[in-house]
Design a protein around this ligand. Structure first.
Ligand code: DAH
Length: 333
């Protein structure tokens, strides 16, 4: 028995409509896959309808074949579109549940910071490196020669009194200033020299609000042909300007065994003059101690008191505070 071509056409159209309705209802990717198999799979509904094609008149087959292809493509399109929609919905749901609120406050972590004294040392070195200086250091345990004798302070020199220190059993001592780095550096280098040397120094002083047994200095040394006191003054003034801004500066005549002439430099801070450094032209005896010809070379030197800088810049009343590691104090910087 042959079947009517119109029956098959109707069946195919119905199949297409049913598939569309089923796909629309479908809620999950798994269900969608099942729908695909049930409509387009080898044993699916479309194959079922096409199985009846054999019973058609040969002349009708191309028409039905073409219609079957159309329906198949249509169903495939419904499936594809739904699939995309379901995947997007899934992603959307995931984004909803995994939302990050970037405006929420972070977790507070206690963070370390540079100690105020180290901060001042770093700034000083930066300024001098910017002026062409090289950073150097020397040992905290020194010999009498480097700390005193080579700096024009022979054993009986009265200036030693001002720098009483701690002596070690072997006759060495804890350096009383960073000036011995001048000697060590000059022994190792030939002029022209531009060097800046930070370090810890020791004095057997009475400890009070402005004196500590251990403190910090930064040594400056320049040796070249033709250096003059104006070079020293200009260098110091430029440094103080970069470090402290435009505070009034005063050079006062002074005395150090290793410089001639010598000066102390004060800064005016809140109506008071505060001494922040000593300086001068390198004494010819010091040049001779390292084998430089004092007729050919001149030089200038300075020693900065880092704690004095701290007292000016941070308005400290008692220098001992910077050593006590009291976080309530240190956190203010
Ligand atoms: N060394 C001196 C001190 O500790 C400071 C000083 C003064 C260093 C004059 C220098 C200088 O280089 O030229 O008191």
């Amino acid at each position: 028995m042959t079947i009517q071509v119109t029956d098959l056409e109707a069946q195919l159209q119905e199949l297409g409509q049913n598939a569309q309705a089923a796909v629309t209802e479908c809620q999950t990717l798994d269900d969608l896959e099942q729908l695909r198999v049930s409509y387009l799979g080898k044993k699916g509904k479309l194959s079922g309808v096409l199985g009846a094609m054999g019973k058609l008149d040969a002349g009708d087959r191309p028409r039905i074949g073409a219609l079957a292809n159309e329906v198949k493509e249509l169903v495939q399109t419904y499936l594809d579109e739904k699939r995309t929609a379901l995947i997007n919905a899934q992603l959307e749901a995931k984004l909803q549940t995994e939302t990050l609120d970037v405006t929420m406050p972070g977790v507070y972590r206690l963070q370390g910071q540079i100690h105020p004294l180290n901060g001042l040392i770093d700034r000083t070195l930066d300024i001098f490196v910017g002026l062409g200086y090289t950073v150097s250091t020397g040992p905290e345990m020194e010999t009498d020669y480097y700390n005193f004798a080579a700096l024009n302070m022979p054993p009986d020199h009265p200036a030693r009194d001002m720098q009483d220190t701690f002596y070690l059993p072997d006759g060495n001592l804890l350096r009383t200033h960073t000036s011995p780095v001048q000697i060590r550096y000059m022994e190792q280098h030939q002029p022209p020299i531009r060097v800046i040397a930070p370090g810890r120094v020791y004095r057997r002083d009475t400890v009070d609000a402005t004196h500590a047994a251990v403190f910090h200095q930064i040594e400056l040394l320049a040796v070249d042909e033709g250096l003059r006191f104006t070079d020293l003054k200009g260098t110091i003034k430029e440094f103080l300007r970069q470090m402290f801004g435009d505070l009034p500066v005063r050079f006062r005549a002074s005395y150090f065994p290793f410089t001639e002439p010598s000066a102390e430099v004060d800064l005016q801070w809140q109506g008071r003059w505060l001494e922040v450094l000593g300086c001068g032209m390198v004494d010819p005896n010091v040049m001779q101690a390292v084998g430089y010809d004092p007729e050919k070379y001149t030089g200038f030197a300075a020693g900065f008191g880092v704690e004095r800088f701290a007292m000016v810049l941070h308005q400290l009343d008692d220098i001992r505070r910077v050593y006590t590691s009291d976080l309530r104090f240190l956190r203010q910087f």
